[in-house]
Design a protein. Structure first.
Length: 221
C-alpha cells in the first residue's frame, strides 16, 4: 500500500477505558495481552504521528444506551458486554456521566481525539461498522485507504477490516496496536485475528512500519 495523507485515513476502533484501562470492564481477559504487546503506547505513537503528518483521524466508538438492554438475543461477547455494563452511556443525547466512564476515551488519547479535528462516527453496536457512518465519513473525505488499529483484534478490528475491504477500501492493519481477550473457555483471540488479518488485509504492519510510512510523505499544507 502507498500510504499518504491525501487518500489514507487513520481509523481507530474503541480507544475507550473499558478495553484499554486497568479499571475497564474487559481488563481481566485482555490486560495481559495489552501489556505484552504494548498496545496503549503504540496507539499513542500512531495518534501522534497521524496528527503531526496531516492524516485525517476517524474514531469508530462502541456505545450502549439503556434501550439496548432490551435486545432479546446475542452472542457470548455481546451478552458479556451488556451484563458488565461495558461502553454504557445513560443516554444517546446526553453526556451526563460520560467523563471518566468506561465508555470515555483513555485519558492519554484525549489530546488527539478532543482537538476539534478528529471525526467521531456514530457508534457501532455489535462489532462491525455496517450500522454506523464510518464508510460515509471516509467517502466524504475522499479516502480510499485506511490504516486500521484499536480494540479488540478478533472482534471490532477484524469486523471493521472485513467490511472496509468489502466496501472497496485498501486496508493496512497495525497488528501491534490492538489486542484480544484470552478467555478460559473461548480461547486466545489474538493469534487467530492476526492470521485472519494476513488473509484479508491489503497489508499487515507493525507500529514502527506504520510510523515510517506516515512520516515518509510530507504533511498536507
Amino acid at each position: 500500500m502507498d500510504i499518504n495523507p491525501q487518500d489514507t485515513a487513520f481509523v481507530v476502533t474503541d480507544p475507550q477505558n473499558d478495553v484499554l484501562s486497568e479499571k475497564g470492564a474487559a481488563w481481566g481477559p485482555v490486560g495481559d495481552k495489552i501489556l505484552e504487546i504494548g498496545t496503549v503506547e503504540h496507539l499513542d505513537q500512531l495518534f501522534s504521528s497521524a496528527k503531526r503528518n496531516g492524516y485525517d483521524v476517524v474514531i469508530s466508538p462502541h456505545y450502549y444506551y439503556p434501550t439496548d438492554q432490551g435486545w432479546r438475543f446475542g452472542g457470548p461477547v455481546e451478552q458479556m458486554m451488556h451484563e458488565t455494563g461495558m461502553f454504557a452511556r445513560p443516554s444517546a443525547l446526553s453526556m451526563e456521566g460520560f467523563e471518566g466512564s468506561g465508555a470515555d476515551w483513555l485519558e492519554q488519547y484525549k489530546q488527539y481525539i478532543d482537538d476539534g479535528k478528529t471525526i467521531v462516527t456514530s457508534p457501532h453496536k455489535v462489532f462491525g461498522p455496517q450500522a454506523n457512518d464510518l464508510v460515509l465519513q471516509l467517502r466524504k473525505l475522499g479516502k480510499t485507504k485506511v490504516i486500521l488499529a484499536g480494540m479488540l483484534a478478533d472482534l471490532c478490528v477484524e469486523s471493521h477490516l472485513r467490511e472496509l475491504v468489502e466496501q472497496g477500501f485498501e486496508v493496512a492493519v497495525v497488528k501491534d496496536a490492538t489486542a484480544a481477550p484470552n478467555h478460559p473457555r473461548l480461547g486466545d483471540g489474538y493469534p487467530g485475528a492476526v492470521v485472519n488479518f494476513g488473509f484479508v488485509a491489503n497489508s499487515v504492519i507493525t507500529t514502527d512500519e506504520a510510523l515510517r510510512a506516515m512520516g515518509a510523505t510530507p504533511a498536507r499544507p
